[in-house]
Design a protein around this ligand. Structure first.
Ligand SMILES: [Zn+2]
Length: 80
C-alpha cells in the first residue's frame, strides 16, 4: 500500500526510519552500493522526501501500527 512519509527517526544503530502516514516505520538506509538513498543522510534531503509515498509492506501484511510512531503523532491535546 502506498503511504506518505510524515517524519523520520533513527533506530538504535543510527539507521534512518521513515514514519509513514499509517504509523508504520520503514527503514530508509543509505548503504552503497547495495542501497542508494543519498537523500536520507541530509536534513534537506529528508525534508524533500516528506509527503512522498513509499510502498508499505506492513500495511499489505495487515500488521498493527508501530506504537511509538503512533504515540508521536497522536499526542493528547489535553495535558494531564
Ligand atoms: Zn503501513
Amino acid at each position: 500500500m502506498q503511504q506518505k512519509i510524515i517524519g523520520y527517526h533513527q533506530d538504535e544503530l543510527g539507521d534512518w526510519v521513515a514514519e509513514l502516514a499509517c504509523h508504520h516505520g520503514q527503514h530508509v538506509r543509505h548503504k552503497p552500493p547495495f542501497v542508494n538513498r543519498p537523500w536520507v543522510v541530509s536534513v534537506a534531503g529528508r525534508k524533500k522526501m516528506l509527503n512522498r509515498v513509499l510502498n508499505c509492506v506492513r500495511c499489505d501484511r495487515g500488521e498493527a501500527a508501530n506504537e511509538q510512531i503512533k504515540a508521536k503523532y497522536c499526542q493528547k491535546t489535553e495535558q494531564g
